[in-house]
Design a protein around this ligand. Sequence first.
Ligand code: C5P
Length: 244
Amino acid sequence: MAATVPVTVAAILVAAGSGQRLGADVPKAFVRVAGRTLLEHAVGRFAAHPAVDAVVVVAPAAELAAAAELAAELAGPDVTVVPGGATRQESVARGLTALTALADGVAFVLVSDVARPFVPATVVSAVVAALRDGAVAVVPVVPIHDTVRQRGESAALGAVVDRSSLVAVQTPQGFRRDVLVEAHAVAAPGATDDAMLVEALGHEIVPVPGADESFKITTPADLARAEAVALLSAASPPRSGGPS
Ligand code: C5P
């Protein structure tokens, strides 16, 4: 990390999951879409964003050297790679610890899943803009298009939930760094995202519009969709992040 550049916004990219549901023979971050690993797609986007000053990649412990090599090629000296933990929450906490060791001046932290490698620059810009406007925690959200039901106690399904009252939450989620550090310090295990931990401290979670392209790659069918999204974004390269 260049000592002369003030680091106010850092991105922690969590990539330490095994991706078992994908059924690949390598960890999910190393699965290739359009010839590049998901890790390269994600790091490339965040490192190129004008509002992001530093990137911390949290990689599978067994693949640390390979992850460091790929990430360094894309992000130069402003990328740090650390080993992940047994859960996503633990991996984010390790990324935060690495950040603390690296730079004191970080005001805002973005946490993003490498399993969502095609986050548009406009979404990153919107998250950072909301933080700069005073939000403590920001999440990108998208509408839910399926009809949603509760599971029943038996085999039968429960009631329909009004989908107009629901949103799906994506990453990157943005936080004031001091608050995210506090949230992880007191967190019980089991949260599926970081906003849940910050909300438990009593902070309001501010939504910004997410994007279809930020979908999470989980199953083999998602990889086919990812190939299409990669082709589309190659045909029309991501716009610059705009004001941040
Ligand atoms: O498993 P899940 O789909 O919730 O993973 C979301 C993101 O968290 C993925 O990018 C995955 O690599 C990351 N993760 C991690 N460490 C873990 C588990 C998941 O960095 N132990």
